[in-house]
Ligand binder design. Sequence first.
Ligand code: PEP
Length: 277
Amino acid sequence: MDQAIQKGDAIMGASRRLIAATGWKMNNDAAATRRYAAELYQRLAGLRVGSLELYVLPPFTSLAAAAAAFAPGPVAIGAQNMHAEDAGAWTGEVSAPMLVEAGCRYVELAHSERLAHFGETYELVRRKLNAALRHGLVPILCLGETAEDRTAGRADAVLCAQLDTALADQPAERIADAILAYEPRWAIGAAAAASPEHVAARHGAIRAQVARRWGAAAAAAVRIIYGGSVTPANGGALVALADVDGLFVGRAAWTAAGYAAMIDVVSRAATIKGVPT
Ligand code: PEP
């Protein structure tokens, strides 16, 4: 992996803290969460975690177990979704203040499964993102083109439209309070991740759009992480890229051993990119 990382590639990202994160989807009940945390702590003892930003996104019903188990740090917790309103007649929903009370620091928004199976739109995501920021949560804003978009050559246009819609209400100084997650919809739960060339081009396009719309300082500060079929084998070459500020992992980090392996990959990249670990 180390050979895949060239110092010159990393100049732009040198000051941005790298992220190793995982979303568990509908996996890991409370007991499994406690086992995961106990094993992860054992494995973290052998790793250089330093200033890496680490978080797991359990299902709602495992948040209490996760908050207790991960209380010593350095792994923070977040949710996979939230409602845009703070309270009210929204049966089955959970609000930003409730997530804060549950110990969440992060909330994932616009995951492709929310868009595909629950009818979410980026207009709705904008309202959720506004509420998340208002309550001090860090929104992880997923951006991604479909396979059809990619084939039609409109991936960057789609990503820019998603970005512009979801962040429409935010001033330049709030942009880096969110984390952008490039997750090509065709690469999620797939056999292979997007290629480093594809990821470099899309992350570059997203950062360029942030610069155009919110200015150079926001573009230099905002973290853009990659997700979609990341594994310890392919993650090193992806997180080595200048505009990639971390990895967002599904299946490969649903076990503590898998997440520890991904943290190790990001930690090695941080050393080579010159981000303190
Ligand atoms: C995801 O669902 O956001 C994801 C990245 O999943 P996987 O790593 O399993 O493709």
